[in-house]
Unconditional design. Structure first.
Length: 394
């Protein structure tokens, strides 16, 4: 059966191609060092595992959670955590909704708000889900270039008036995949002014909010004046607590915005397994030490990788957040050529920046989530292998 036009019209999901190449290399017995997909190698917090096990025992957990936004214990735990972390007072009744991780909810925001001919403003390079789902919903994704010289923040003044006039959603993502950039409160303030002027709902993807390096934790857009009226923010247990497979997150912020996503979800899925929600509530209350440990581990890996790449002449800036290192492509090579050569000759997996949209060209992405007994030693081994390729930079 032929797939729908809307599905045929878009390219394969980027990681599918990487997974295919990786399977082939593994089948041929290569010793791969994998800086590919951003899926944490570290374990989830003990408190999460124990809370899940006991929630299943205590039950009854086997039925639909028929509440409209999620279990009260989960929503209250999010509200408490949010207040402590960001100083934002979220009403657990109406300003928070449990989600199946953040990906599906980011997608459903497009389905909830975009009609044929409407526009979503999307960051490029960026996570493709914003673009693809806008297109599925019949809308148009307008690519906002994120440039290194602007700190990877979009220039909202450069958006043409007619595009801004048709825009209903502004997707942002800080800390940012793939560049590792972090936004300032000043930028969020500017984004809110822009959204007010053009009557736009801001969707801030904060899946990496707890992965930052340095003293200052990144802000929430909801903490900025007007944020609670103009924005919704998407959070996730995936990256902070190394729980990607658990599929747990939440959307919060503007009551209307949360209601829109929630209404869309009610036609497509049902609330997350109640035992997982219970475990999530405990994790937010007790997982702070784990999140600190995770940050320390990635910071050390980040420094090893960045220093190692610099030692072979590769001019790389350390990311301020996320577990990604965004490195300029070697001289004279497209990002796809660079990643392919590094894979075929050094047996090191990276992701070409072109997978993240037009403005990702010219860069390749390393994820610090590699699996190995001694990760730092594997990073050093990857640098040694790459240095033997004799690539030139800058
Ligand atoms: C920017 C960004 N947002 C959202 C997600 C989705 O995460 P999850 O659905 O596991 O919460 C990812 C996953 O890679 C991501 O990179």
């Amino acid at each position: 059966m032929e797939q729908a036009q809307r599905l045929q019209a878009i390219p394969p999901y980027p990681f599918a191609e990487i997974a295919r190449l990786k399977d082939r290399a593994l089948a041929e017995g290569w010793d791969l060092i994998d800086f590919g997909i951003g899926d944490p190698d570290l374990p989830p917090p003990e408190c999460a595992k124990q809370a899940l096990a006991s929630a299943i025992e205590v039950g009854p957990m086997n039925n639909y959670d028929e509440s409209s936004y999620g279990l009260p214990a989960f929503l209250e735990s999010v509200s408490t955590w949010f207040g402590e972390r960001f100083g934002v007072d979220l009403d657990p009744k109406g300003e928070v909704k449990v989600t199946i991780g953040s990906k599906e909810a980011l997608a459903k925001a497009a389905w909830a708000y975009i009609d044929t001919g409407d526009v979503s403003l999307v960051p490029t390079p960026g996570y493709g889900v914003y673009t693809f789902n806008t297109q599925f919903a019949g809308g148009e994704a307008y690519a906002m270039p994120l440039l290194p010289e602007a700190g990877y923040l979009p220039d909202l003044d450069a958006i043409p008036e007619d595009i801004a006039g048709r825009a209903k959603l502004l997707y942002l993502n800080y800390p940012h995949n793939p560049t590792g950039a972090v936004a300032t409160e000043e930028f969020f303030k500017r984004a809110i002014e822009f959204a007010e002027k053009h009557d736009i709902l801001i969707c801030n993807d904060a899946a990496y909010s707890e992965l930052y390096y340095g003293h200052e934790a990144p802000p929430s857009i909801l903490a900025v004046d007007g944020g609670m009226e103009r924005a919704i923010e998407f959070h996730s247990f995936s990256k902070t607590y190394c729980m990607t497979g658990w599929r747990l997150g939440w959307v919060c912020g503007s009551r209307d915005g949360v209601a829109g996503v929630s209404r869309m979800k009610s036609y497509v899925d049902s609330n997350v397994f109640p035992a997982l929600q219970q475990a999530g509530a405990v994790t937010l209350a007790r997982g702070g030490d784990h999140a600190r440990m995770v940050r320390d581990v990635y910071q050390s890996r980040r420094d090893t990788l960045v220093e190692g790449l610099r030692s072979i002449g590769w001019p790389v800036d350390p990311p301020q957040g996320t577990f990604f290192v965004w490195a300029p492509s070697p001289k004279g090579m497209t990002s796809a050529d660079a990643s392919a050569r590094i894979l075929s000759e050094a047996h090191v997996i990276t992701i070409p920046g072109s997978s993240y949209g037009e403005y990702g060209e010219g860069f390749i992405r390393f994820s610090l989530t590699l699996r190995a007994d001694d990760v730092e030693a594997r990073i050093a081994e990857a640098i040694a292998r790459i240095s033997r390729l004799g690539l030139s930079f800058g």
